[in-house]
Design a protein around this ligand. Sequence first.
Ligand code: HEC
Ligand code: CU
Length: 391
Amino acid sequence: MKNHWMKARWIGLITVLMVFLSGCGKNHLSTLRPAGEVGQEQFNLMILSIIIMLFVVAVVTILFTLAVVRNRRSKRGEDFQPKDVASNHTLEVIWTAVPIVLLIILAVPTVYLVFKQADTSASVTEDGEVNPEETVINVRAYQYWWEFEYPAEGVVTSQDLVVPTDTRVYFNLLGADVKHSFWIPAAGGKMDTNIDGINSFYLIFDEDAAEETDRLFYGKCAELCGPSHALMDFKVTALAEEDYDQWLADMQAIEEPVQASSEDAQAGQEIFADSCMGCHATTSTGAGAMGPNLTNFADRELIAGYLEHNEENLQEWIRDPETLKPGNKMTGTYDLTDEEIELVSAYLMELSVEEGSGDLEALEESRHGGGDGESEDEESPEDDEDEEEGN
Ligand code: HEC
Ligand SMILES: [Cu+2]
């Protein structure tokens, strides 16, 4: 009797777990819901290997069960000896040939896709320059943040990656300090960012998939790189081609640091020039800096890759980055009073490039539920963020 109860409890537990798991697989960060061709190909490969695995498991289980059931002592008697099939020629041929065939079935598409997805030859011209016809982005991974350079356009940004939809986006990956790994689960990857050589691949972001997720995908560092590895996130905004071009033009237009408008922000700008400018650029040029480029800081989705973007969090970050992101390279490099922190954050909150492109502002509002309900998607990324950050 008790045994039956134990069984029922297990079934209950497993059912609850399954319901729980079905909550996984959000559009904007799941490998299981590919957002483009590369992700889809990798997903298909996963399915193929799972089918082959299940086939092997099924065949072995059936043979094993048959052998056990048919040769039971109670049925066959005490002295029964099963037939000796050691070195049976036919059987040996079968169990050598079948795995070889299975491995070939797995190997052919795998090798084909490995080469196909690593083919970035279109991203360079014949004389080795970046091809201006293609979207090429140089990614540099730092402990614990990301820098994105658009070499053909001369634009640099950080933390929030902006890409066009429905076209190949070529990435050249490099690590600045230790080895990291670049991963946008919904779109494909991952690939290591090494220190001593560039790794390249491309991803595609479908326009339809982008619309479903309010144009926001999640990116991650997928290589344990230090105490704040888990906080080394970035966001990907996938825009239709013309909005993307507009964004690039807006970035390019900022050739000089934007003059702060309010009085507080002006005072903040001076503090920034004294204490922060050494590491942070406020024009969209110059890759390889000590800290993230802040040209479009106010337009970003998050602060430091994971904090909700508001002035309170910004001040907290400037006051005590070490608590928020242990081991980061900004800690202890300046000494500001609370008042100075307020002024400098007032300045940073003015660093926006999106005046020119109303579409991006509308997008921002729909992501944050401020708009008139463009985001019907009940699994909008916003919901998820609330869970993750526990606000
Ligand atoms: C020694 C170089 C250095 C100095 C000086 C410095 N920072 Fe930073 N800052 C960094 C680094 C590195 C990061 C990235 C930290 C991380 O996420 O791991 C960062 C991140 C930030 C971020 C988050 C950026 C983003 O895109 O989310 C803000 C905002 C910021 N710093 C503001 C400031 C301000 C304001 C000052 C001056 C009071 C300052 N920093 C001084 C190096 C520096
Ligand atoms: Cu990392």
